[in-house]
Design a protein around this ligand. Structure first.
Ligand code: NAD
Length: 542
């Protein structure tokens, strides 16, 4: 019997463990790392709750030690993609009709399993498979994944409470229907939490998904899927379909039942998906909801009143943590000439001091970039800077892929504010700095605002609070997540709702109400108590 209005409180954010040497969590994680590093997992597709082994496989390797195979995964062909769509459509009948509190309880149970029983498993698989250090993995794979699940259950409860007014002799209600069809969840390699949320946000609102995980994050993503199932997620609600993006994408986008795409990844891939949907528009039953968070060319803008030390520390963390492979990573910086000598000295010292290597050595601040393709791409930018008369590499600039895909944290100083590495997303540990004359502050602001097509994150540094207010105003559309005297990375669910604009995506703010409302199609129901008895209106009477 459902006879109560439920209230799911806003949760506390998951506590970030310290992993101090000798602590229970550190011992558990180290044991799990050793276990996973020496086993080879076979990863099937999971469609309608059943494991499918297609026999077409690829290896999952450690990016920081690419000769070590962690897993082999089976790839979908068109046949399995069709099966996954059928399965999602079938599961929709029950799942979308289930009391939302039951759905919420499955999310909350998954969060609890991740916080306890599977904390080490999820973290170790993210560390080994995506080359994250202990802290980066804890804040992503564990804490952010849990926060997304818990906050979404709570935000959903708020959405379900939104109801229209009822006027005289009528009752008005709003029913929050799941979308009519299935959602295509397409996830990137760099955040385990995003992979979870791209599925679980629509799922919370009663939708079912066909999930295409990134091939370079398959190990942790497979464990996510297993945890969802253990938490009680019914068969077919999420269908785990690893494989080639184009093969899966082409098949899915042809389905008349495509009700939405929940995407995070590069701008190019999202544009391709959007373009294909546009071409297929007459074939769909509904207008598919397109929600995509894409790339960034995130900036740090330094005002002459800033503190050099604060700038340098935040620039190093913001640009080089997780090897700069965060959509929010700072990758271009504007510094006034008066402060540059002191900031430069600190930046170079800190960058050269950074330890880089295997994720199992916890002294390392940085690990490897994700794969050979990414390594080659990042190196091409470094080599371009080396050969340019407009740029000077002041830190790093070296790389070595003999064991893992390692690139030293690299800082480029350029005289050209529109230098290639000031404009394009590199997605690696490369920060480019443009030094402006203090008197040209306004021109520097304009350059920063107009140089890249993206608008994801940005940070301003300064002690002059009035000047910061003016900068905040001028950068209104330059970033969807904006920071005062802080690095532009590290947004926390519930505290800094995340998303950009311009070429950075649809800015539906993952982990919040704005995102969740995209996954419902409300039905308004009006009930009239006493019907009129005459078709004519009173003003018509003589
Ligand atoms: P990507 O675009 O290469 O891949 C994303 C996903 O799309 C992968 O699963 C990939 O296999 C899939 N894909 C590729 N082609 C496809 C097709 N034709 N049809 C269907 N799926 C297809 O991105 P990536 O390298 O995994 O991630 C890095 C990018 O993600 C960066 O640009 C980064 O800025 C962005 N990102 C953005 C945010 C954000 O919140 N704005 C967060 C994380 C990452």
């Amino acid at each position: 019997m459902n006879n109560a209005v439920y209230n799911f409180q806003l949760p506390e954010n998951e506590r970030i463990y310290d992993y101090l040497k000798g602590s229970a969590e550190r011992v558990a994680l180290d044991n799990e790392l050793k276990r996973q590093a020496t086993e080879e997992v076979e990863i099937p597709l999971i469609i309608n709750g059943k494991e499918i082994y297609t026999g077409v496989t690829q290896n999952v390797v450690m990016p920081h030690n690419h000769s070590v195979v962690l897993a082999k995964y089976h790839m979908a062909t068109e046949k399995e993609v069709k099966l996954a769509i059928d399965s999602a459509m079938n599961a929709h009948k029950v799942w979308s009709n289930l009391a939302w509190t039951v759905r919420a309880s499955i999310l909350l149970k998954a969060a609890e399993l991740m916080a306890t029983k599977y904390r080490a498993l999820l973290s170790a698989s993210t560390m080994l498979g995506q080359s994250k250090n202990i802290f980066q993995s804890e804040i992503d794979a564990v804490c952010e994944t849990i926060d997304f699940l818990k906050y979404n259950a709570s935000f959903a409860s708020r959405i379900y409470q939104i109801q229209p007014k009822s006027a005289f002799s009528q009752l008005n209600r709003m029913e929050f229907r799941a979308l009519e069809g299935f959602v295509f969840a397409v996830s990137p390699f760099n955040f385990t939490s995003i992979a979870s949320n791209l599925n679980m946000a629509p799922v919370m609102m009663g939708n079912t998904t066909v999930w295409k995980p990134a091939t370079t994050a398959i190990l942790s993503n497979y464990y996510l899927m297993k945890i969802f199932m253990e938490a009680g997620l019914p068969a077919g609600v999420i269908n785990f379909v690893p494989g080639s993006g184009p093969v899966i994408g082409n098949e899915v986008l042809q389905s008349k039942d495509l009700a939405g795409i929940h995407f995070t990844g590069s701008n190019g891939t999202f544009n391709h998906l959007w373009g294909t949907v546009s071409q297929n528009l007459p074939n769909y039953k509904s207008y598919p909801r397109l929600v995509g968070e894409t790339g960034g060319k995130d900036f740090i803008f330094v005002h002459p009143s800033a503190d050099a030390y604060e700038v340098a520390v935040n620039a190093v963390r913001g640009s080089f943590e997780y090897q700069g492979q965060k959509c929010s990573a700072s990758s271009r910086m504007y510094v006034p000439k008066s402060l540059w000598p002191s900031i430069k000295k600190l930046l170079v010292e800190m960058a050269e001091d950074i330890k880089m290597g295997d994720v199992m050595d916890h002294k390392n601040f940085m690990n490897a970039v994700i794969d050979n393709k990414s390594y080659t791409n990042i190196v091409s930018y470094i080599d371009y800077a080396k050969s340019s008369s407009e740029a000077n590499i002041i830190a790093g600039g070296t790389y070595d892929d003999s064991v893992g895909y390692f690139i030293r944290p690299t800082i480029i100083e350029t005289t050209n504010p529109r230098f290639k590495s000031m404009e394009e997303e590199i997605f690696g540990p490369v920060l480019t700095v443009f030094v402006y004359e203090d008197k040209d502050l306004d021109r520097a602001i304009e350059l920063c605002d107009t140089t890249s097509p993206y608008g994801l994150t940005g940070a301003i540094f300064g002690k002059d609070r009035v000047a910061l207010a003016s900068l905040c105003d001028k950068f209104r559309y330059a970033a969807g997540n904006f920071y005062f005297n802080d690095k532009p990375t590290g947004a926390i669910v519930g505290l800094q709702p995340f998303g950009g604009s311009r070429a950075s995506g649809t800015n539906d703010k993952a982990g919040g109400e704005f995102n969740l409302v995209r996954w419902v199609s409300p039905r308004t129901i009006k009930e009239t108590f006493v019907s009129p008895t005459d078709y004519r209106y009173p003003y018509m009477m003589e």
